[in-house]
Design a protein around this ligand. Structure first.
Ligand SMILES: [Zn+2]
Length: 149
């Protein structure tokens, strides 16, 4: 049996919970979208990369990528058609490169090497960035996603 490749994610989601309007959470089913499924959506549907390019970004085979994207589409379509909430967390993955979050605006960015004060937030130009671990997206965080400033 071939060892399973660890999926690589380059940017985590800014928002990790979506809930239908006008319905309490208690009476709402929650679909869990894994971080690697979110990344498949981001690469293929949002960044418009083809499946081959996307699979290279995630360091997995093209058929594996296609299955991952299909799984993500199934979950999201079921949520928006049937009115379920979507939580984005968990999954087997690691970050490719180093992921930093801006402590001022919350923006994530992927920096291969953070040099002293050389990197600033691409959104608000703050230099107050904190490195984020993949672990913080693997465990249940009850809707919290920001590090305390
Ligand atoms: Zn910022």
């Amino acid at each position: 049996m071939k060892p399973k490749k660890i999926r690589e994610v380059s940017l985590p989601p800014k928002v990790v919970f979506f809930k239908p309007q006008g319905r309490s959470l208690r009476e709402t089913e929650i679909i869990n979208l894994n971080i690697d499924e979110y990344e498949a959506i981001r690469l293929a549907d949002y960044e418009k990369l083809n499946h081959y390019e996307s699979s290279k970004m995630m360091n997995i085979s093209r058929p594996t990528f296609t299955r991952l994207l299909e799984s993500a589409h199934n979950k999201i379509s079921s949520a928006i058609v049937e009115g379920k909430a979507i939580r984005i967390e968990g999954g087997e993955f690691k970050f490719s490169g180093k992921v930093f979050q801006c402590n001022r605006c919350g923006q994530f960015q992927n920096l291969e090497n953070k040099k002293d004060n050389a990197e600033i937030c691409s959104n608000c130009s703050s230099d107050d960035l904190t490195e984020i671990s993949a672990d913080s997206f693997r465990r249940h965080r009850r809707g919290r996603w920001r590090n305390k400033p």
